[in-house]
Design a protein around this ligand. Structure first.
Ligand code: GUN
Length: 281
C-alpha cells in the first residue's frame, strides 16, 4: 500500500490565503479582526506558540495584541485583564494560553471570556453547544483535523474512528466532531485495556497521546487514515506520536510531524477570530 502524505502545511497555507482575502473584505467595511493572546508566566514552549500566533495574525492582516502577565499574577488580576478585553471593541478573539501557572483556576479564567470572543472554543457554553451538535466555535486542533480529513477527501459516514487521548483540548472535542460527522467513535486513553485491539479496527485513527512513536504498525488497520496530533521533542528534533515510517507501510494516508496537524491549529485560530469579526460586522 502506498501511503499518501496529508500535507497540513499546504492546506494551512491555502486556508490562510483565503482568510487574508476575507480580512481585506472586512477591512473595507471598517472592521479589522483582532486577536488578543494572554500569556501568564514564561514557559518557553508557550512563548514560542504565542509568538507564532501573533505573527500569523499580522500576516493575515489582523490586529494582534499579546498581554504578558507575570508568573505570580492573581486570579483577580487575570480576570480583570480578560474583562478589559471583553469590553474592547477592537478585539474579536481572546485566547488564554494554557497551561496556566498552578495557583490559577483555568476553568474560571476560560469562563470569564465572553463566549462570542472565545477564540479557542474552551468556554463551557461553547463546549456544551459542540456536545449538542449545535453550530459554535470549535477548538482549533480538532477543527484543523476535520479540515484535513475533508481536504483529503475522506468519507466519514459510518466509518470506525478511534481517538487515542481524552483531553478537553483535543481528544474529547475530536470525538464529538467525528461523531457529529457520522463516524462510530471509540475514545481510548491511558487506562484502556487492549489498546491495539481497538486501534486495529479504526478506519480513521487520531493519536493525541504526547508520547513519541507510540502508535506502531501492528496497531494500525491496513488502509487506515492516521492523524498525528503529537508534538514531541526528541534530541532537539520534533516528532509525533506515530512511528511514521513503519505505519506508512500500512496506512493509506497520514499526517507527518512537523507539517501535518500543527500548522492547521494556527490557521483555525485565525478562522475562529475572523468568524467572530464577521459576526460583529
Ligand atoms: N496550549 C496547548 N494547546 C493550546 C490551545 O490550543 N489553546 C490554548 N489556549 N492553549 C494551548
Amino acid at each position: 500500500m502506498t501511503c499518501r502524505k496529508i500535507d497540513g502545511k499546504a492546506v494551512a497555507l491555502a486556508v490562510r490565503e483565503e482568510i487574508a482575502v476575507r480580512v481585506a473584505q472586512l477591512k473595507e467595511k471598517g472592521v479589522t479582526p483582532g486577536l488578543a493572546v494572554i500569556l501568564v508566566g514564561n514557559d518557553p514552549a508557550s512563548e514560542i506558540y504565542v509568538r507564532n500566533k501573533g505573527v500569523a495574525c499580522e500576516k493575515a492582516g489582523m490586529r494582534s495584541e499579546t498581554v504578558r502577565l507575570p508568573e505570580d499574577t492573581s486570579q483577580e488580576a487575570l480576570e480583570a485583564e480578560i474583562e478589559r478585553l471583553n469590553r474592547d471593541d477592537g478585539i474579536d478573539g481572546i485566547l488564554v494560553q494554557l497551561p496556566l501557572p498552578r495557583h490559577l483556576d483555568e476553568r474560571r479564567a476560560l469562563n470569564a471570556i465572553r463566549p462570542e470572543k472565545d477564540a479557542d472554543g474552551f468556554h463551557l457554553l461553547n463546549a456544551g453547544k459542540l456536545l449538542e451538535g449545535e453550530e459554535t466555535v470549535v477548538p482549533c486542533t480538532p477543527k484543523g483535523c476535520m479540515r484535513l480529513l475533508e481536504s483529503a477527501g475522506v468519507e466519514m459516514t459510518g466509518k470506525e474512528a478511534v481517538v487515542i487521548g481524552r483531553s478537553n483540548i483535543v481528544g474529547k472535542p475530536m470525538a464529538l466532531l467525528l461523531m457529529n460527522a457520522g463516524c462510530t467513535v471509540t475514545v481510548c486513553h491511558s487506562k484502556t485495556r487492549d489498546l491495539a485491539g481497538h486501534t486495529r479496527r479504526a478506519d480513521i485513527l487520531v493519536a493525541a497521546v504526547g508520547k513519541p512513536g507510540f502508535v506502531t504498525k501492528d496497531m494500525v488497520k491496513p488502509g487506515a487514515v492516521v492523524l498525528d496530533v503529537g508534538i514531541n521533542r526528541v534530541d532537539g528534533k520534533v516528532c509525533g506520536d506515530v512511528a511514521y515510517d513503519e505505519v506508512a507501510e500500512v496506512a493509506s494516508a497520514m499526517t507527518p510531524v512537523p507539517g501535518g496537524v500543527g500548522p492547521m491549529t494556527i490557521a483555525m485560530l485565525l478562522q475562529n477570530t475572523l468568524e467572530a469579526a464577521e459576526k460583529r460586522a
